[in-house]
Design a protein around this ligand. Structure first.
Ligand code: C5P
Length: 410
């Protein structure tokens, strides 16, 4: 889901030929789930009609303090209310005239009055011909606005309406929407933090068609990954073979099959990671050798023996890495004496916390959509989380780790 979802965006449109792209920008913002209120200057109406913008935004478009048809009723467009309503304001296109008014505080139209009243972050996407853009007056105005905290969405280089080629084209609507999303992302609590998670089963192949594996769905790990992503972290999920439908957008996903491949993928990113969570149900053993051909049934005897050897313990290997700088969390799945085994794993695998699922209870375990866990930390604290969906639990666990390990916006 886009970070613009449910955000209230004030879109100011000023007089530039690029105003025709504002219609597309409204669509982009709406598509990402934002509510869009357009405020347009009189000059902009020559380039794009208010009717187009109001149809696309499904709201009336405002341009004057008192619209013609409202004069009889004494109704006015309250610029202060609009300024306070918005979570974000973006002026696109921002003409040289509007930029100049913003810099000096001139307030002779509704758009500049709304801008002066806005308490939210404000962005401008300048658009003008190359010489106007290069003029010292424009660059000074932009520098001043930037100094005051206005976000500048730089103009692009390219062909301009005048036929000339240079810098001055308004950034594309997708790029403007993306810029706003990146801004919102940077203010999230885990922005700048790297989170590495493994999830799902591993398959240890006996021959090309058979393997040792388990029913792990990867849902718990994917829920933690989604929670970390939503808190602003950059997430790398190393995922074993699973058929489950998982929310994986906005994260790096490495699909692997075996424990050896999972270890390699984890080691490639571990040194950079601020928080690593091992939820994977890694197979403890793998066939000592993998047959190149499908093993045929024979007529000899009633049994066959497959010789197994241990897979690497990924959590333990990470726990003992010399380059370890981040926090490390493991999972444990026990049928009895959970607390004893969980605490043993905490010490033996050198983790900072172990999340214990107790098997045998309805709704708890690695295939379903719900889970109930207890977290034991290396500094001796215990936290219990009652039965709930893995999605909700993922969020609660991530918040716990964020607080316990002091992970903050870097
Ligand atoms: O030792 P046990 O398998 O019970 O420990 C569970 C924890 O260790 C989980 O976090 C699991 O992801 C991890 N593990 C591992 N590599 C293995 C076996 C388990 O990383 N080969």
């Amino acid at each position: 889901m886009s970070l613009l979802h449910n955000r209230k965006v004030l879109l100011g449109v000023s007089g530039s030929i690029a105003a025709y792209k504002s219609a597309h920008l409204v669509r982009e913002l709406i598509k990402r789930g934002a509510e869009v209120q357009v405020v347009i200057t009189d000059a902009a109406k020559d380039f794009v009609t208010p009717l187009t913008l109001s149809t696309l935004s499904t709201r009336p478009v405002y341009s004057a303090f008192i619209e013609e048809e409202q004069k009889t009723y004494g109704v006015w467009n309250n610029h202060v209310e609009m300024g306070l309503w918005a979570d974000l304001m973006v002026i696109a296109p921002a003409s040289s005239n509007t930029l100049s008014k913003m810099a000096t505080g001139a307030c002779d139209n509704l758009l500049t009055a709304v801008y002066l009243s806005a308490k939210c972050p404000v962005f401008v996407a300048p658009a003008m011909d190359l010489d106007m853009y290069a003029n010292g007056a424009t660059s000074d105005n932009l520098a001043l606005l930037k100094e005051r905290g206005i976000g500048i969405i730089d103009a692009d280089f390219g062909e301009l309406a005048s036929g000339l080629v240079g810098k001055g084209r308004m950034a594309e609507p997708e790029a403007i929407a993306h810029h706003l999303e990146e801004y919102l992302k940077a203010s999230l609590p885990l922005a700048g933090q790297k989170v590495l998670i493994n999830a799902g089963p591993t398959h240890e192949h006996i021959d090309p068609v058979r393997f040792l594996g388990n029913n792990s769905s990867g849902k718990m790990g994917a829920a933690l990954a989604a929670a970390a992503r939503d808190l602003g972290a950059s997430v790398h999920l190393v995922l074993g073979p699973t058929q489950a439908t998982l929310d994986l957008h906005g994260m790096q996903v490495s699909r692997i099959t075996s424990a050896d491949e999972m270890l390699a993928a984890m080691l490639s990113d571990f040194a950079q990671s601020n928080l690593t969570i091992c939820t994977a149900a890694v197979s403890d053993y793998k066939p000592a050798s993998r047959s190149q051909h499908k093993i045929k049934k024979t007529d000899e005897g009633q049994s066959m023996v497959i010789s197994l050897e241990k897979t690497p313990d990924i959590l333990q290997t990470l726990g003992t890495q010399e380059n370890r700088k981040g926090y490390l969390v493991g999972f444990a799945l026990e049928t009895h004496d959970g607390e004893v085994y969980a605490k043993d794993k905490l010490a033996r695998k050198n983790a900072d916390a172990i999340v214990l699922n107790t098997l045998g209870k309805e709704g708890v375990g690695f295939e379903g959509d719900t889970n109930e866990v207890t977290v034991y930390t290396a500094d001796g604290k215990t936290f219990s989380f009652p039965l709930t969906s893995k999605i909700t639990l993922g969020k609660s666990l991530l918040e716990l780790f964020m607080n316990e390990f002091n992970l903050t916006n870097a």
